[in-house]
Structures are given as C-alpha cells and as structure tokens.
Design a protein around this ligand. Structure first.
Ligand SMILES: [Zn+2]
Length: 861
C-alpha cells in the first residue's frame, strides 16, 4: 500500500467498509446480485479480487446477424470465498454455452445478468475460469461490413463475461478471427497474423497494460489503414472515407494535431506516453464525437474529416476534440475514477488540458470568449432547470452510470475547475496533478484524493468551496439592490431557487455606469457590507465583467433598457459575450422580452465582426425566432432577416463565412422568396461566389425544403438521392427522409419503427430525424409522438448509449410549446410516481421551456 498520510482518514474509511464487508455474516443478497453492478457488489469484488487477466477470442462473421462466438479465460486472485463469485454477463440465456472453473466443467446458468459461482468451486488464491459464449450484440455496433464495440460505461458485460466495474483494472489478451478483407485495431499492437485455409484472418494482439473494462476496444471491418511517423512517434488510423480529397485535405493536420497533443501532455504531466501504441479509428455514424480507448481512440469521421474550406470554429473544434481525447490517455485511462460518480473528473481534466493545448495554435482567437461561449450557455441550460444535478452525483449501480453524463459535467465542471485554478494558482494545480497522476498510475482515484493533494500543495482549505460548487446542484439568482439614502449604494442579493439558504462562495467584478462616471469594485453577493457607492442613479449595472462568475444575473429595469440600446457600444468582445449570455437568461426569466431580444440581436448581427460572438448570436437568434416569437411576429421579422443574411452570404469574403451565413439562412427561411433562393442553391449546389456545397450540406438542404413545405420538395429529395456518392451516406439519407414526409402515415410508420432498438443503432441519425419530426413549424402534427417517446425512455436507457436518453427527450420536446405538450409531460410524471429519478431529471431538464413559459404566461406560439 502506498504511503499517503494526508488522506489517511479516507483509507481508514475504505478499509473499515471493506473489513465490514468481509466480516459481516450476511451481505444483503438482493443488492449483491441485483441487475447491473451494485456499489455493494463492486466494493466487495474490489476488496477480494486482484490481478485480473482476460484472454479473449472472438470469431467474427460478416454482416449484422450471424452470431459472433467467443471464449474467455479469466484468471485472477481471490482473497475471500465467503460470498459467491459474481461475473457479469448481460445477454440472452442461450448465449452462455459452457463454464469451466479451475478445470472442472460446471453448470452454466445466467441469473439476472450474472454468472454466480459458489465459493466451494474456487480457490482462496489463484483461479482460472473458462467460458464459451455467444457475444451479445447490444454494444457491438454491427454493420454489414464493420463493427465497433463500445463498452463505456458498463457495456463490456453485454458482450463478454467480465467484472464490469472501473476499479478492477485488468490485462487483456485478444485474438480475433475475421472475414477476408477485414482489418482491425485494438488497444495494443498486433503480434501475429495468420490466414486460415478458407481465407479468414487470425489476429493476435499483445497483452494490454492494466485497463478498465470500459476502455477495452476493438474495431474490425472493411477499413483503410494510414500510418504516419512524426519525430519517432508512430501513429495509425483506420477509416472508411471514399472521397479521396477528404483524406488528402485533412490527413496531415489530423496526425499533426495528435502528435502535438501527445508531446504537450508528456511535458505537462512529466509522464511519457504510457501505452504501447497510438492509433485511432474514424467511424462514420459514431455516437459521440470521440471515445478515448487507449491505443484505439474512436472518432466520428465527420468531426475530423472536415469539409472543404472549414470554418474557424470547425477547425478549432477538431483541434479541441483531438486534444480532449488524447488528454484522456493520462486523465481517465492511466488514472481512472474509482466509481462512475467521479466520471466528471476525467472529463473536466480532458477539457481543461484541451483548452491549454489548442490555445497557442489559434492566436487570432479570444480564448476567454471561446471558453465563456462554449461553457456558460450550455451549463445554464441545465442548471436553471428543476432537473439539474450536482457535478458529483450519487450512483448506486453501474447500470445507471450513463445518466451521469450531461451538460453539468461537460460545461459546469470546467467553469468550476477554473475557479480551482484561480484558488490554487496555475502552477500549484499543475504540481498537484503531477503528484496525483504519479501516485495513482495504473490505478483508480476519487475527487477527494485529488482535493487532499491540492490542499497539501497549496495549504489552503478547499472543503467548503468543493461542497457548494461540486456537491450541490443549481446556481444562485443574483439581483442588484440599489439603496438610496445617502447617494446610491449598489450591492447584490443572492437567492437560492431551491428555496433554501445556500450561499455560493464567489466574488463579482462589478461595473456601475452612471451619466458621468464608470465605477468598479469586487463585490460579494449577499454581503450587505460589500457594495459600490455612487452619487448618481446607475444607468447600467453589470454584475460581473470578468467572465468567471456563475449564476442567473437579473437586470434591473434601467439596465435592461440600457443594454438593449447600447450593448454594441462596449468595445471588449468578452464583455459583450458576458452581456449577451446574461441578456438571454433575462429573456428566459421575463426581464427582457423576446421581441426586444430579437431586435437587438438582429442589429448586432448586421455589424458584429467577432466571429465567435456572431455564431453564438446566430444560434440564439434562431432559437428565440422559432421558440419564443409568436407566429405573427416571426412572419413580420422574416423578410428583413432573410434579406440581411442573404446580403451577408453574397458579400462575405471567405468560403467558410459564406457557408456559415448560409446555414443560418437555411435555418430561418420561411418566405416564398427565401424558399426559391434555397431551391436555386440546391439546384446549382453552390453559394454565390462559386462556393461548392458538400454532399452533406446538399442533403440537409433538400430535407429542410421538405419540412418547410416547398412545393415539389419530394422531387428534390428524389434527385438528391441520385447525387449521393457513398453507400454509408445513402443509408443515412434514406433513414432520415421519412421524418420530413408530408404524409402522416409515412411519419407514423417511421416513428413506430423506432420502437425497435435495432432501428436506433445509429443514434446521430435518429436525433437528426427527431429534429425534423418535431420541428417547430410542424409541432402540432408531431405532438402525438410525445407520450410514446416518454414511454420508451426507460427502454432506451437500457439499450442506448450514454447521451442518448437525454438527447432523445430533449430533441423530442425542443420544438413544442403548446399547453397540451406541457400537460402530456406533467401527466406522464404524475402517472409514474416511482419513475427512475435519473430519467425524471432528464425529462425536467428537457421540459423546462414548457414549464417556465407557461408559468410566466408569455407563451405565444
Ligand atoms: Zn471525454
């Protein structure tokens, strides 16, 4: 055991718990063997099982249906036989074929997703269990000529028998038998390749380093392989791209970005790349942007293979994504969270490192503004709702781990991490992280382990800060108070939307503008002794100008009026970003009207030259235009908005700017004239100024024209189908097309087909189709799908990937605003009082706009 004096109390607590597990006579059997992996089972196994080694062989057939057979030999040491051994294997009963325990054949039975082996068959030290099985298909992502198993967070056991918890790291030895023409990539290098008499390939991979089950991966199929070496670092990439120019245009940059990230992380962590090889796989319909399997990172192909003339944003997103996944090699793969309640920790550090890695490569970008715009709006989107959650969430069973992911861990946690960086100091934080990575290499750690290290390095107590910002849900509502007895005294009230008296420790860099003066000060909300004194009545109170404060900052009336008129007078783009984010939150809270928001945003879009801000505003304008403006106001706004954006498309200087303005135009068009312009662009497949539309952009355009009711759109769809040049893209297009159909029987059949989990396998396609199905323009015809979509949610959680249940319900509800839609959601929750709490929160997050708008009486569609 390592010597960790500062966290002795934690070790002591864990030791008492483990000792109790081992000595108490009766473990609660129902919890020990309940479906999934309960915390009790995980804790017991971690305390009694060690040195795990899996030798795994899979025989893979072509196509989606033919069974994949497998053999696993699990070797491990066991220190207690008091409880039966539980191996996780969540497949249909007939998938378990034979079971041999320490050389003795045993009856192979599955009980609730487990193989339970009596202690009498086991040795009190080394054990060897051999299992022949058919692999479960749920997490294999099988396609006609490729597959890519994806096991995060607890899905390894849906394919092969294992101890499916992050803190039983194991060494894997993998053998794959593949159809002719298949290639494969896994966590470790291939050691031998043989060919059978019938032309099948047998690949044996080297033993992995110790990794968690969720990080074990192999992608196999008809892929092309590209290898590159940069300064002695060899990297390999598998892909299925059929357009040579997409490879040529992007390949050097993709390898260079990986190389840069690797070198940067080695320098920052002072730990050389810890795994045996580096590779990545580009998968066209991948569920996420990326997944960090060591030696074999998966990416969604389109996230790396950018269209010609990519926007700055696309280039920056790609660089950030590569830096994020590469950072996980150290933060997540080398040191892994003990239990998935701390999954945010690996995510926050991957994001934190990615920001540091990409910043120097994009010197022309305001990175503080980028951080602000990418994190705050997304975090507020969830944290302002009744469905919000703390950064660290309770997790009783691994089967619920997928629900932990969301905007709070991806967007609020980085904001909180910046607070920690300021509290600790950048150098101290780095020093603490180096100690943490070294101390817990190839092992597991908790957030509290890291806090203890940083407290020791900085000699600052962090407990209260950690409690409020990491362990509590929600955010404060902060309102200015103007007291006027002797001059004016400006301070801030802090309210807890949950109705309790919580106080979030933070300091605001406040600016008060009067007719003649600008006053500034560092203020603490809810502290009456913390104020700015002004001799004149304030015209505008900006609660925080630093961009680091977090909460709902309500404007007073004068400030709301002033900012809708003068927001563009502020020269600092970061400050304009802060004000715009606050303006949107004020619109949500009713202190700024949607019409004022749209008018001010429209004026700004005409003149704003900061690209990041313009993109943000275009998104917000679209969202308010579709979701908050009444039909009549939208019809009045549309002609001017379309004309202004069309002018921008024509006059923009670079192809990427033209494409950005065009995607905004396509989104908001509703007039006959605008639709004709869309049709002409689709026909020529290019924008004014000879900018070619990519095939994906043409497909989106054709689908948009149908949803917007352009006469003859069906012919455009049919013609677009003929233009598509790749099989993968054609399948994608054919999948989505029924969702835009004007024929309700076609849409019904499409929606009903989604009841089959196999039809939901390509989750990005499903979400795209749901976006069309529930577009605000056609919300009344899709209201009938809300209830069945809610009813499907539990099943979707059990079969879909981690982000999917939340995205499913968010995309379903986003375009709806009617009282009927609200009533459907509320009745569903009333009718299911024992509904799983994690899913209930996801529904409350997704339905916030319904609940809020009607509560404040400003629903207008
Ligand atoms: Zn990540």
């Amino acid at each position: 055991m390592r010597n960790r004096p500062v966290i002795l109390y934690l070790i002591a607590t864990a030791a008492v718990f483990a000792a109790c597990l081992l000595s108490c006579r009766h473990i609660d059997n129902s919890e020990y063997t309940e479906a999934g992996v309960s915390k009790l089972l995980a804790t017991y196994r971690q305390a009694t099982i060690s040195d795990v080694h899996y030798s795994l062989s899979f025989s893979i057939e072509e196509g989606r249906e033919s069974p994949i057979t497998g053999i696993v030999v699990i070797e491990f040491n066991l220190s207690s036989k008091r409880e039966p051994l539980v191996i996780d294997f969540r497949v249909p009963d007939d998938h378990l074929k034979t079971l041999t325990v320490n050389g003795k054949p045993c009856e192979a039975i599955l009980t609730g997703g487990h193989i339970i082996i009596d202690g009498s068959l086991l040795s009190g030290s080394f054990n060897r269990i051999e299992i022949v099985f058919r692999a479960g298909d749920l997490s294999l992502n099988r396609n006609d000529d490729y597959l890519y198993p994806l096991f995060v967070p607890d899905r390894a056991s849906t394919t092969f028998p294992c101890f499916d918890q992050p803190d039983l790291k194991a060494i894997f030895s993998l053998t794959l038998e593949l159809p002719p023409g298949y290639r494969a990539m896994s966590n470790s290098p291939v050691t031998t390749t043989d060919t059978t008499d019938d032309g099948r390939t047998i690949l044996r991979f080297a033993e992995t380093k110790p990794i968690s089950t969720y990080l074990f991966a192999f992608a196999a199929g008809k892929f092309e392989l590209i290898k590159k070496e940069i300064n002695g670092v060899t990297m390999e990439m598998l892909h299925r791209e059929t357009r040579p120019e997409y490879i040529e245009n992007n390949i050097d940059e993709i390898f260079r970005l990986h190389y840069n990230s690797l070198r940067w992380l080695e320098e920052y962590t002072q730990i050389p790349y810890p795994f045996d090889k580096f590779g990545f796989v580009l998968i066209p319909p991948f569920q996420y942007s990326g997944m960090e399997h060591p030696g074999s990172i998966y990416y969604r192909a389109s996230s790396l293979l950018l269209d010609p003339s990519p926007t700055l944003n696309e280039q920056l997103s790609r660089a950030s994504l590569i830096a994020h996944e590469t950072s996980h090699i150290w933060f997540g793969d080398l040191v892994t969270m003990k239990w998935f309640d701390d999954v945010w920790l690996k995510e926050v550090f991957a994001g934190y490192m990615a920001d540091k890695i990409v910043t120097p490569s994009f010197p022309g970008i305001n990175h503080n503004l980028r951080f602000l715009l990418s994190r705050y709006p997304a975090a507020y989107e969830v944290d302002r709702t009744r469905g919000t959650n703390p950064i660290i969430q309770e997790l009783g069973n691994m089967k619920d781990a997928g629900s932990l992911y969301g905007a709070i861990i991806y967007n609020k946690a980085p904001i909180v991490m910046r607070q920690l960086e300021r509290l600790a100091g950048e150098d101290n934080l780095r020093k603490g992280l180096q100690i943490y990575l070294k101390e817990y290499s190839w092992s597991n750690a908790r957030w509290d382990d890291l806090v203890a290290i940083i407290e020791k390095v900085t000699r600052k107590p962090l407990e209260e800060w950690s409690r409020m910002w990491v362990r509590e849900a929600g955010m404060p509502v902060i309102t200015p108070l103007i007291a006027g007895d002797n001059g004016y005294r400006i301070s801030f009230r802090e309210d807890d939307p949950a109705g309790t008296l919580r106080h979030w420790p933070q300091t605001l860099s406040t600016m008060v503008i009067t007719a003649d003066d600008t006053l500034t000060g560092e203020l603490t909300p809810a502290n009456r002794r913390s104020y700015i004194t002004s001799s004149e009545l304030p015209r505008c109170i900006i609660p925080d100008t630093s961009g680091t404060a977090y909460g709902t900052f309500i404007f007073d009336t004068a400030t709301a009026v002033c900012l809708t008129k003068h927001i563009n007078d502020f020269h600092d783009s970061l400050l304009r970003g802060i004000l715009w984010i606050n303006m949107y939150e004020n619109m949500i809270n009713g202190t700024v009207t949607p019409a004022d928001f749209c008018t001010t945003a429209f004026k700004t879009l005409e003149t704003e030259d900061d690209l990041q801000l313009r993109n943000y505003l275009a998104g917000r304008f679209s969202s308010v235009y579709w979701n908050y403006l009444p039909d009549s106001a939208r019809r009045i706004t549309a002609p001017d908005a379309e004309a202004m954006i069309w002018h921008k498309i024509s006059s923009a200087e670079t192809p990427s700017e033209k494409r950005q303005w065009f995607s905004f135009f396509r989104n908001i068009v509703i007039t006959g004239n605008g639709l004709e312009q869309l049709k002409n662009i689709w026909q020529s497949a290019e924008l004014p100024g000879d900018v070619k539309l990519s095939e994906d952009e043409q497909c989106t355009l054709a689908l948009t024209m149908e949803i917007k009711g352009y006469p003859g759109a069906e012919k455009i769809i049919a013609a677009q189908r003929e233009r598509i040049t790749s099989g993968d893209r054609l399948q994608h297009f054919d999948f989505v097309v029924p969702s835009v159909s004007p024929d309700s029987a076609v849409r019904d059949a499409f929606f009903n087909s989604l009841r089959d989990p196999a039809r939901r396998e390509h989750e990005p396609w499903v979400l795209e189709a749901l976006g069309y199905l529930h577009h605000p323009l056609v919300a009344d015809r899709s209201e009938k799908y809300i209830l069945p979509s809610l009813e499907m949610l539990e099943e979707i959680k059990s079969t879909g990937d981690i982000f999917f249940p939340g995205s499913w319900i968010t995309t379903t509800l986003a375009g709806h605003h009617s009282p009927e839609a609200k009533a459907t959601v509320e009745k569903f929750l009333d009718d299911h009082p024992d509904y799983p709490p994690d899913l209930k929160l996801k529904i409350l997050q997704a339905a916030d706009h319904l609940i809020r708008q009607q509560a404040s009486g400003n629903r207008q569609l």
